[in-house]
Write a protein that binds this ligand. Structure first.
Ligand code: AMP
Ligand code: ZN
Length: 467
């Protein structure tokens, strides 16, 4: 298997530190909002890679953090006059709900920064003791010049690194490139006691500390979106390798960005969509299929037309699976004919091609094309006169390849329930914003689908009208 490694700029043969075990860390979200459709890309892509590794018999330890202390979370908490934890809990719940909808498996561990402060402080102390970090008036900085490989991942030379670095007026760092490991408490903000006074960690140190705690000093894969390469991942390498004295991650994988209508997604341009907004119009499964239909290292464009086209492609696979099922139920003979036995040889070539695509740097786009070739084969050769066994094998084979990608695993009933939950959430949001028109419209829409909402003190319940 080959994967593209940002560290070396090449596709490399994939080998793990320990036989048949994969240690994988994927940077998680800052929990101050619902996730947007761009965030869904790394979630789905790296989940699919994990699933493939598991399919190949590997045991994957998958860690994804939640950044639950951050300026944006604090600001939101202050604006709503609630605890920071309330904001974090709200959006973690929302994010996990989207992840479930998108059929993204839960990580082995989802650590939260606020629950890992002792480990973070310990790592900062080691960096200070090893002369890789220094304290100035309650702020601890990483001394980038003390780490030789700094800039290696992002392939930036000294000049480029310095071009972007600044020392703000009130900062006391020794070099513009140095970055914060610990910052002192500001009035009214959450803080923890530390050897450098009360304060909270900078952003980058959390991933180094959590990767070490849950996976060890050296890991196989570290992944995230391309924007994280610099400075976040560059800084993670510096922290981890300086503290642990060992190579941090063997493979660094980065997905390219998703654009909307060929433009960078942004709230001010008005082309910003949360996963929930998209899921209110298209099933979550279509979002997953859409993301996988492009290779993760190509940019992907998101638009209504492309989503509609993804939906009809996915429907083609589903229809074929339904047809195969129908043929198994109505076949006039049970066992494979000689001719079918011969045709099956071709069926097996599709799985091999599928695996080749996935093993060529997780090329899900090509893997999906192979599924369509198999669907075409099934639609051509399975007919009313086919044996039950032949129809069954093709039915199972299409589903099995889809399952490796995390597709077509849910029943129609699961989909329906998910849709209802999404609409209820949208209605809750509308009600919070006193947007009664939208709230009523959603209630009516659900009613027309036979779903009755009951607003109780414990939240919204729903039931089927004919129950
Ligand atoms: P953030 O909460 O902004 O740190 O993003 C969480 C994850 O989503 C990171 O891995 C980002 O690199 C990734 N990400 C953010 N925006 C996009 C986008 N437009 N397309 C693809 N990935 C993105
Ligand atoms: Zn990280």
């Amino acid at each position: 298997m080959k994967v593209y490694n940002t560290l070396t700029g090449q596709k490399e043969t994939f080998t793990t530190l320990e036989k048949n075990k994969v240690k994988m860390y994927v940077c998680g979200p800052t929990v101050y909002n619902h996730i947007h459709i761009g965030n869904a890309r790394p979630y789905i892509i790296f989940d699919t890679f994990r699933r493939y590794l598991e399919y190949k018999g590997m045991e994957v330890s998958y860690v994804q953090n939640f950044t639950d202390v951050d300026d944006r979370i604090i600001q939101k908490a202050q604006a709503e006059n609630v605890d920071m934890k309330e904001i974090a809990d709200r959006y973690i719940k929302s994010i996990l709900q989207d992840a479930d909808g998108l059929n993204v498996k839960r990580a082995t561990v989802h650590p939260r920064v606020t629950e890992e402060i002792p480990e973070i402080i310990e790592m900062i102390q080691v960096l200070i003791d090893k002369n890789h970090a220094y304290e100035v008036e309650g702020t601890v900085y990483f001394d980038t010049r003390s780490f030789e490989g700094y800039g290696h991942l992002s392939k930036k030379n000294q000049e480029e690194l310095e071009a972007g670095a600044r020392i703000a007026v009130n900062e006391k760092k020794r070099h513009p490139m140095d970055f914060v490991l610990w910052k002192p408490k500001k009035e009214g903000e959450p803080a923890w006691a530390s050897p450098w006074g009360e304060g909270r960690p900078g952003w980058h140190i959390e991933c180094s500390a959590m990767a070490k705690k849950y996976l060890g000093d050296s890991i196989d894969i570290h992944a995230g979106g391309e924007d994280l390469t610099f400075p976040h991942h560059e800084n993670e390498i510096a922290q981890s390798e300086a503290a642990n004295g060992k190579p941090f991650a063997t493979y660094w994988m980065h997905n390219r960005f998703l654009n909307v209508d060929n433009k960078k997604m942004s709230k001010s341009v008005g082309n910003f969509f949360t996963v929930k907004e998209v899921a209110a119009e298209f099933p979550y499964e279509v979002i997953r299929f859409f993301m996988l239909s492009a290779h993760y290292r190509s940019p992907i464009n998101f638009s209504r037309e492309l989503m509609e086209s993804a939906q009809s492609s996915l429907d083609r696979i589903k229809t074929s699976v339904k047809n195969m099922k129908h043929f198994t139920e109505h076949a006039s003979k049970d066992l494979l004919t000689l001719e079918e036995k011969n045709q099956l040889k071709e069926v097996h070539t599709y799985r091999r091609k599928f695996e080749e695509a996935m093993e060529d740097d997780v090329n899900t786009a090509d893997a999906i094309s192979v599924i369509f070739e198999l669907v075409k084969f099934a639609n051509t050769y399975v007919q009313g006169s086919s044996s039950r066994e032949f129809a069954q094998i093709l039915h199972d084979e299409i589903l099995s390849l889809c399952h490796i990608l995390g597709l077509l695993e849910q029943s129609e009933e699961d989909h329906l329930e998910q849709e209802i939950e999404t609409l209820i959430q949208k209605r809750e949001e509308a009600r919070k914003n006193k947007d009664w028109a939208t709230s009523d419209q959603i209630r009516d829409q659900l009613k027309s689908q036979g779903i009755l909402l009951e607003d109780t003190s414990a939240g919204v319940r729903w039931k089927r009208i004919n129950e």
